[in-house]
Ligand binder design. Structure first.
Ligand SMILES: *[C@@H]1O[C@H](CO)[C@@H](O)[C@H](O)[C@H]1NC(C)=O
Ligand SMILES: *[C@@H]1O[C@H](CO)[C@@H](O)[C@H](O)[C@H]1NC(C)=O
Ligand SMILES: *[C@@H]1O[C@H](CO)[C@@H](O)[C@H](O)[C@H]1NC(C)=O
Length: 176
């Protein structure tokens, strides 16, 4: 996660929560989501989670989802994929790489909304982030000569599941 997220995240922390966070809060928070195991394992891999309130936890998850989207964008623009002589296929990969970069931008934008507790806007940005992997998938469907690569299908699933659990937690924050 970039230092940018940590700074925003620390700014968003009420001082009292620095002593309150723990594994219980991680489990309690993840229980309200559709993907409990993914939620817990993702949060437990970042030690900052242990000193975070619920808002801090969702910001950590947004950081991981952003890293996933950016990483997939880089993967799609990598040498091994772009050496094909098929110019249409080259365009498909390029378009997909752009889509994942936009997903990263949308997720990044949601961090500011979360920090200012503008939960409607935060949800809107995360929902936009979910649409971009769909757009990539559809680009492949429109190009039947190339099957949708397994590697990208897997990355699409991880990013969508991360976004789904982020949306579950934002909905909870908005109602409490
Ligand atoms: C993407 O998310 C998964 C699940 O949390 C995580 O294991 C993986 O490290 C992430 N990838 C990147 C590049 O952040
Ligand atoms: C991003 O994905 C590539 C595979 O394309 C992997 O080798 C690399 O370690 C990943 N980067 C991060 C930061 O997880
Ligand atoms: C791509 O085109 C170049 C030049 O026409 C040719 O030398 C090369 O073998 C081609 N590569 C593939 C994978 O078809």
């Amino acid at each position: 996660m970039s230092s940018f997220f940590y700074i925003l995240f620390l700014l968003s922390l009420p001082l009292t929560s620095l002593t309150n966070g723990d594994d219980d809060l991680i489990q309690k928070t993840c229980k309200i989501t559709k993907y409990y195991d993914l939620c817990v394992s993702t949060l437990e891999s970042d030690p900052i989670s242990m000193v975070s309130d619920t808002k801090g936890l969702v910001i950590i998850l947004v950081g991981v989802a952003t890293a996933n989207a950016t990483n997939t964008s880089t993967f799609l623009s990598s040498e091994s994929l772009s050496t094909t002589n098929d110019t249409t296929l080259k365009e498909v990969f390029k378009e997909c790489s752009d889509k994942y970069a936009y997903a990263g931008d949308a997720l990044r934008a949601s961090v500011q909304d979360l920090a200012s507790e503008s939960y409607d806007y935060a949800s809107m940005h995360v929902m936009a982030a979910v649409d971009y992997p769909n757009a990539c998938h559809n680009t492949f469907i429109g190009y039947p000569k190339q099957i949708y690569p397994q590697e990208i299908a897997h990355r699409e699933d991880v990013l969508k599941h991360l976004c789904d659990l982020i949306l579950d937690i934002i909905r909870y924050l908005d109602n409490n």
